[in-house]
Write a protein that binds this ligand. Sequence first.
Ligand code: SAH
Ligand code: SF4
Length: 422
Amino acid sequence: MSVILYRPQMQIPGHIDPVPVPRAITPREDGRVDLLGLSRDQIRAELEAKGLEPKQAKLRAKQLFHWLYHRGETDFERMTDLAKPMRGWMAERFIVGRPQVVEAQVSSDGTRKWLLRSDDGQDYEMVFIPDADRGTLCVASQVGCTRNCRFCHTGTMRLVRNLTPGEIVGQVMLARDALGEWPKGSMAGGADDEDEDDDAPQYSTDGRMLTNIVMMGMGEPLYNFDNVRDALKVVMDGDGLSLSRRRITLSTSGVVPMMARAGAEIGVNLAVSLHAVTKEVRDEIVPINRKFGIEELLAACAAYPGANNARRITFEYVMLKDKNDSDEDARELVRLIRKYKLPAKVNLIPFNPWPGAPYECSSPERIRRFSSLIFEAGISAPVRTPRGRDIMAACGQLKSAAEKKSRAELDRLAEEKQAALG
Ligand code: SAH
Ligand code: SF4
């Protein structure tokens, strides 16, 4: 198993992008470079670094980008618009990887959960939630989470590390693999398809199950801003996975200083884990509130670029018995939303239990009453149906076995690995 804990910051060669770019490529024992998660420019730079002329590199990068992210191809031999010798040249120097799947589970309600393992042996999870009219992939941004929200299982994981763009994009690629959703057959007017099966269905983007992405899995995405941004840019690219930013939602516990940049540089829908309307309660259950308070957070929401009545900000509100679920709480929530003139909807999330959790879920009657008080004020406040509880895949239940390895153990493995690589 390869183990690299610290990825060096390295300048990507080439004249187009002289700014140092964090290099999110895991060195491999065989010396080949994994292209998964790289942008078109990064692929081009890698090709140049291996000796291709700039013009060639640019053209090949465009082709590779399409094969990787539009077609989901991992085998260079099948990239039929590359000349045969070029395919071999690529295969000697590069691979197109996928996260390693340790376990896949399916809930009685159809929700699926995958336990994935990184190259350095840390585990993270992704969840797919099928609905009648959409299919939502819940993507992790970190292994674990540093935030320690008191009602969230992920916040109790000891080990935390940022996921790389490859590991983030990799989740989407893997879901497409698992759901069998890459276009098959030839593309109209496309490549030389000598190797293609003539009976294969023609390319069609219709009828796919994976339609939406939520950055609501493990981790606080705005604590891993650069990698989340770079990954989502690849996911949104029209020549690749081509998911619309309107179908992507990023959820934050309230990292106020990064919210404006998230709006400007990523531009996806925003969800905010509000969960409480008083300083006392939010300080307790969402500790980041001690740093960035409710008023500051709502002001940042009001300034979020692109928020309007057609693209409202979602406020997530977990229903905790006798903690944040009174009529006064509901009225205060309405008052705050009005005060900041927020184009908002509220998602009421029944608390999902986990072993040893210090809270209970509010009663169904209480949740209904809370919801109707907000609805009466003209603000949408649906109650979310918990999904995948039986496989511990519901909101806040994700916690992998990663922490079974101690920090010291991982450091030792990393040192051994570094020594082995020389
Ligand atoms: N870290 C980000 C995104 C991930 S969590 C964030 O906090 O926004 C997705 C949502 O599930 C968040 O609103 C989170 O607060 C909520 N959540 C966490 N634990 C939960 C639990 N046990 N029951 C219900 N919702 C929970
Ligand atoms: Fe982290 Fe979000 Fe869980 Fe809080 S709710 S601990 S920010 S994953």
